[in-house]
Structure formats: structure tokens, C-alpha cells
Design a binder for this molecule. Structure first.
Ligand code: ATP
Length: 398
């Protein structure tokens, strides 16, 4: 269910008083999980209030109106609500008695103008107001409900808490549970994912959204339902569809970490890593430490530049970069250890500046080139660490 708040009052519109009622209403709606989509302020004008009410009814299920229920001629919410709901205003002797009783309680006599407050739209549900004189009411229409409340903050808060929230809860039915499933991807950009699943990202329940991290993108599928099992059932077909469209870029779900998956695969296969790295600073090592797999690293040599890495391996500095990376990775690879060589920035046949990740095992070498270039900052290092983990995961998972 969606809601809109309409604040009436020329003083509010012109900034002469500060609106606090909508804050109270919004928080109470939030607490019961009713989605607030709009908040509109309008002056004390019957035609304009009726107009914003009609507009609200066209886009939400519940409209909560604050103010304009007093006894004076500029209190026109009753008339506007009746007009928007296409109802007559009906005089209610019971309401007049209620109002008179409130006056009597304070030893005062009800004025003639207070009788105006006993008029409400036909078939509206009167809501007793024990803290003020203006009776509140709810008009139910085919398009949605209009709930009219007093503007006086103390009265409004009391009525919201004591009468309206219980009424709304009843109307909303059993509380909704929210469940989210995250599909974690690597090796594909956010805009590329967006192109593949853009129509799914327009769904209402479940909703599908993206969250980009460095080198990885999460696809979050979130459903709302009376039970978690029903939320799961809403998520399942959408998850299947996302998996079909994205294929093997999805490496895990929810809290899965790529470094952990790679670490576990290495251990299952009795393998370690022998690394030469000029690209990721401490980021790759940090990933292993974070996921409890620091012991997968058999050796780790770090160099300040690709030239230093080549020199340490006694390679000709003029050697084509991807050949050099392959040779270094192969020289590191041995029984029980994958050779991993990360160098950059280097010129390659197709790019002036690139980073290369070479992975060697059992005589096979795969080299990937990353045109994101070489960024010697933390973000660049994290991004390249993610690419390295992606390449390792792809090599190991089959
Ligand atoms: P009453 O029962 O007193 O006649 P009403 O329903 O006619 O109230 P208004 O006349 O619109 O409501 O507002 C009464 C007073 O409540 C305003 O003068 C203002 O001080 C305060 N008020 C109205 N709207 C708000 C608001 N959104 N936030 C804070 N205070 C408000």
C-alpha cells in the first residue's frame, strides 16, 4: 500500500509556521511498513484541496490530510474531501452531540459555528477526537481512502497513534516480511548487467537493483510477502531468469566472498600460489587475510615496476610484455603451485598502457589484459585484485 500526506494551511504554504505534522505521520507510517510516496502542501482553498486530493487518489491508496477541520469559514477540508470523493456533506446529529459534550466537559457552550464540524461526507466513518473538538473522519472511495485529521499537532499525533494506525494496520492485513537475495558477480560492468536485465529492474515485487563495488557488482532481488517462505517463492523465478541472462559471471550469493571461494578451491585441489606482483600493493594479500586464506600464498614477490620484475627474472627489458608476463608466471609455476604474475603499466600490442595478469598451471598459461590501466591508488589496486581473483576463480572452478 502507498500513502500520500496532504498538509493544508496557507500559513504552512507561505512558511509562516513550520510543518511538524508530516514528520510525525511519516514516522508512524514507516513503523508499520506503509510506503509513503508523496507529501503535498496546499493553502486553505476548497477547490485546490479537492484538486490535490483527486490527484493523490489517482496515485496512492491512502491519503492522510492534516488541518482544516476547524469551525471557521477557512476550514474547508470537509467540503474538499466530499467533492474529491464525489459525496454530499451530511449533517450528523451524533457528531454534534459529541462536540457539545466536549465543550460541556470544559464548562463551555458550543458556538453556532462549531455545528459546522458535525458535517461530514456521506458514508464517511467518523473518528472520535477525545483531545479536541474537530471530529476526524475517513472516506473510503473506490480509488482509495481519505483520512482527515486536525492540524493541531497534539491532536493529530494522538489521533494517528490511537485511531488511524490501528485502522491502517487492520487494512494492511498481516505484517509483511522483507527478504533479499544477493547474486554476486565479477568480470562484468554495471552498465552491461543493466542492459541484460533492464526489464527485470522495473519489477515491483520483487524489486531488482544493482550495487557496484570495485570490480564486482551485486544484483539484489528483494521481495515483500506475509512470510519469508512466500518472499522466497517470489524471488525464485526472478533469480532463475537473472542467472540465465548473466550466466557464469555470478560467482556466489549473499555473503560469499570471491577470495574465500578461490581460497577454498585452491585448498581442495592442494594448490598454493607463487606470486610476482607490481600492481595490487597489499590489496591481494589483504583479501587472503580477510577471508582466512593467507596460507594459500607460497611466495609473494613485490616490485615497484614492471621493469624491475623483468630484471629480477633476468628477462630482456625489450621483451613483449605479455610474453614476459607468461614467462614469469610459468617460471613460478611448479607442482602444487600456480604461478601468478601481475605487471603494469606496460605497452602491449593493442594498448599503450595496460595491466597484465598471467596465470600458469600445468604448462598452461592464460594472460588477461586490463585497459583500466594502471592506477597506483587504492581503488585501482582493489579493482585489479578483484580481476585477479576473478581470473583465478575461472581457472579453478571447472
Ligand atoms: P482546529 O481543530 O484547531 O480548528 P484544524 O483542523 O482546523 O484545527 P488548522 O486550523 O489547519 O487545523 O491548524 C490548527 C493549528 O495547528 C495551526 O494554526 C498550526 O498552529 C497548527 N498546524 C497545522 N498544520 C500543522 C503542521 N503541518 N505542522 C505543525 N503545526 C501545524
Amino acid at each position: 500500500m502507498k500513502a500520500e500526506i496532504i498538509l493544508t494551511g496557507t500559513e504552512l504554504l507561505l512558511g509562516e509556521i513550520v510543518d511538524t505534522n508530516s514528520m510525525v505521520i511519516a514516522r508512524l507510517l514507516r513503523d508499520i511498513g506503509l510506503d509513503l510516496h508523496y507529501k503535498t502542501t496546499v493553502g486553505d482553498n476548497e477547490a485546490r484541496i479537492a484538486e490535490v486530493l483527486r490527484h493523490a487518489l489517482s496515485r496512492v491508496d491512502v491519503v492522510i490530510v492534516s488541518g482544516g477541520l476547524g469551525p471557521t469559514v477557512d476550514d474547508v477540508t470537509r467540503q474538499a474531501a466530499a467533492a474529491a470523493a464525489d459525496r454530499k456533506l451530511i449533517y450528523s446529529p451524533a457528531l454534534e452531540q459529541q462536540i457539545a459534550a466536549r465543550f460541556a466537559k470544559f464548562g463551555r457552550k458550543m458556538g453556532e459555528n462549531n455545528k459546522r464540524q458535525a458535517w461530514i461526507p456521506e458514508d464517511a466513518l467518523p473518528v472520535e477526537n477525545p483531545v479536541g473538538t474537530a471530529p476526524c473522519f475517513i472516506v473510503e472511495t473506490e480509488q482509495g481512502s481519505i483520512i482527515c485529521l486536525p492540524g493541531v499537532p497534539r491532536e493529530l499525533e494522538h489521533q494517528m497513534k490511537q485511531a488511524i494506525i490501528p485502522w491502517l494496520k487492520e487494512k494492511m492485513g498481516p505484517p509483511q516480511r522483507i527478504k533479499a537475495k544477493i547474486l554476486r558477480t565479477c568480470g562484468i560492468g554495471e552498465s552491461n548487467i543493466d542492459r541484460k536485465i533492464d526489464n527485470l529492474m522495473r519489477l515491483n515485487n520483487p524489486t531488482v537493483g544493482l550495487a557496484a563495488h570495485l570490480g564486482q557488482v551485486d544484483v539484489r532481488i528483494t521481495a515483500k510477502a506475509p512470510t519469508l517462505a512466500e518472499a522466497d517463492a517470489l524471488i525464485a523465478p526472478v533469480e532463475t531468469e537473472v542467472r540465465q541472462r548473466l550466466g557464469d559471471v555470478i560467482f556466489g550469493v549473499d555473503d560469499d566472498e570471491l577470495a574465500d571461494m578461490v581460497g577454498r578451491l585452491l585448498k581442495e585441489r592442494g594448490l598454493q600460489l607463487a606470486v610476482v606482483d607490481t600492481l595490487t600493493g597489499d590489496e591481494l594479500a589483504h583479501e587472503w587475510r580477510k577471508t582466512g586464506h593467507a596460507d594459500v600464498v607460497q611466495s609473494h614477490q613485490q616490485f615497484g615496476s614492471a621493469a624491475d620484475a623483468l630484471a629480477a627474472s633476468a628477462l630482456d627489458p625489450g621483451l613483449e610484455a605479455s610474453v614476459a608476463a607468461s614467462v614469469i608466471a610459468q617460471s613460478l609455476s611448479r607442482a602444487g603451485a600456480l604461478g601468478l604474475c601481475l605487471i603494469g603499466p606496460v605497452a602491449t600490442e593493442t594498448a599503450e598502457q595496460a595491466s597484465l595478469i598471467a596465470l600458469a598451471h600445468n604448462g598452461n598459461v592464460s594472460v588477461s589484459q586490463h585497459l583500466y590501466g594502471y592506477r597506483a591508488d587504492e581503488a585501482g589496486q582493489q579493482w585489479l585484485a578483484a580481476q585477479t581473483l576473478n581470473q583465478l576463480w575461472r581457472a579453478l572452478k571447472n
